[in-house]
Design a binder for this molecule. Sequence first.
Ligand code: AMP
Length: 134
Amino acid sequence: MTDCLFCRIVAGDIPSRQLWSDDRAIAFLDLNPWQLGHSLVIPRRHVVDGRQDTEAWREVAAGLTAVAQLVQDRLGASGVNFLANSGAVAGQEVFHFHVHVIPRYDDNPGMAGLSRRDPQAAADLDGLAARLSG
Ligand code: AMP
């Protein structure tokens, strides 16, 4: 869909800091991270959200585990939150299915770390992408 932001990222028309991909999905850094290494995994196919589409979850599954492993190995994350906002009322702003992978660190545990964007985590997204890709 040409008017979908994430379809345009999949097509390469809009740049992203891509960390991982396969033939069904891609993963890239979120522009407004809540935590260092906050990433999104999306299916290449346009799916509005995951509520009625079981296959979409299969499409992103390999990316979810790959990104969780990357942030553990390269950033020292001790855990992650997987989050899929589904529907505007749930906070979904981009209507192409995506799962947030939010790395969690020992110095900022619990649900409070999920409540706001962290400017420090956005300080050097290019450097971060280099640490997480390749
Ligand atoms: P949601 O509120 O679940 O729809 O999340 C949408 C996410 O997409 C937000 O966390 C945004 O920061 C992120 N986002 C929006 N545009 C871009 C972009 N061009 N590249 C990377 N992330 C983006």
